[in-house]
Design a protein around this ligand. Structure first.
Ligand code: GLA
Length: 368
């Protein structure tokens, strides 16, 4: 018996860098995925990917960490599952992917969630989605070195086709929002500037937010548990103590949370133009206040402003590379892609990878 897991990538309509601040996000799963095929083996475990990587090891003596970055995805999951059931079976796993890595569409969490889902089922470990999220977060924090939030995992595990998830990352309360995009589509433009978030300032942003929270709590004598609980007045009162940089970070988080809630209202009332404006605002917040964009992302977003057929655009995901997300009229996509590819190449001597984001359901498991 083989187990097939189809673990999708995700996009995020709006609400960036809010998840680890206990804020709101509005993600959806897409039809690009990592597919993993598992089978029990008696002697040795073997994992191979269509990128040409492979590894062999015995689960009972699996080492803790490898110098080979990608192997830590597998080792991390095996080691975390062994804490729940010490005697795991050896296995083979063949991994195929249509999800570009480092593009900001969550190939990392798709891989980790896929490995957890497959290996837990192969070993008859019963895990609910919250437990999978916890294990996945541990693996990404401890083995991959990215101190990310839970937006990606929650989306991969829970998404429904053609729906966005309004998720409160503090208490994990969520609501499905039906997306009626009329004659518009969601277009991803992958800069091909590869970001490995573990080597970027992503973790620094996480610690800047923690530091800001400590300052605000100390100054206000309150016990806010995350930045999303802090109100505008409190932030203004703490402005001097925070200093210029932290004040910008905190203000961004507050504004972005409001943009998510406003976006939901606009989307529910088919006000796509207004939602598009918020996408631009989100981008400029990420660029100027949160400082996680890069020149390629800025160029792509700013270029779209010239076209009435494009209602909104912004960098998406962790930043420092990866892709932009734009809301574009269906009939204009082909023409625009031709245009922007040429412009991008002549400016950055790099290839642009356009992807039309078709919304899909969350992780799927089947026996074959
Ligand atoms: C990455 C992380 C997420 C989230 C986004 C930014 O994708 O994995 O948890 O923080 O960046 O919104």
């Amino acid at each position: 018996m083989k187990i097939h897991i189809k673990s999708p990538g995700r996009i995020n309509l709006i609400g960036e860098h809010t998840d680890y601040n206990g804020g709101y996000v509005l993600p959806c799963a897409i039809d690009l995925s990592i597919d993993l095929f598992f089978e029990k083996k008696s002697i040795e475990s073997y994992v191979e990917t269509d990128l040409g990587y492979s590894m062999a090891f015995d689960v009972s003596t699996a080492y803790k960490k490898s110098d080979n970055h990608w192997e830590n995805y597998v080792l991390g999951v095996v080691n975390e599952l062994k804490k729940i059931k010490s005697e795991l079976s050896n296995f083979s796993c063949v991994i195929k992917s249509s999800l570009p890595a480092g593009a900001g569409i969550s190939s990392s969490s798709a891989l980790v969630c896929g490995l957890i889902k497959g290996l837990s089922n192969l070993n008859e470990i019963n895990l609910n989605n919250y437990e999978i999220i916890d294990i996945s977060r541990n693996v990404e924090h401890k083995y991959i070195g990215v101190l990310g939030g839970i937006m990606d995992q929650f989306t991969i595990l829970n998404a429904k086709k053609n729906m966005a998830i309004l998720l409160n990352c503090e208490n994990l309360e969520s609501e499905f929002i039906k997306l009626g995009l009329q004659q518009y589509k969601l277009l991803l433009l992958d800069t091909n500037v590869k970001h490995n978030l573990a080597n970027t300032d992503y973790n620094q942003r996480v610690s800047e937010c923690k530091e800001s929270l400590q300052i605000i709590n100390k100054f206000s004598k309150k016990k806010y548990s995350n930045l999303s609980e802090v109100n505008k007045i409190q932030i203004s009162l703490s402005k001097e103590k925070l200093g210029k940089t932290l004040y910008k970070r905190v203000s961004y988080v507050l504004n972005e949370n409001k943009r998510v809630i406003d976006s939901v209202k606009f989307l529910e009332n088919n006000k796509l133009k207004e939602f598009g404006q918020l996408m631009y605002e989100s981008h400029f917040g990420l660029k100027n206040d949160y400082e996680v964009s890069c020149k390629e992302l800025d160029f792509l977003v700013e270029y779209t402003i010239n076209y009435d057929e494009i209602l909104g655009s912004r960098m998406m995901g962790g930043g420092f590379g990866g892709c932009t997300l734009s809301l574009i009229k269906d009939s204009f996509i082909i023409e625009f892609i031709e245009l922007i590819k040429k412009e991008y190449f002549s400016k950055f001597k790099n290839k642009l990878n356009p992807i039309i984001a078709n919304l899909d359901q969350g992780i799927q498991m089947s026996l074959i």
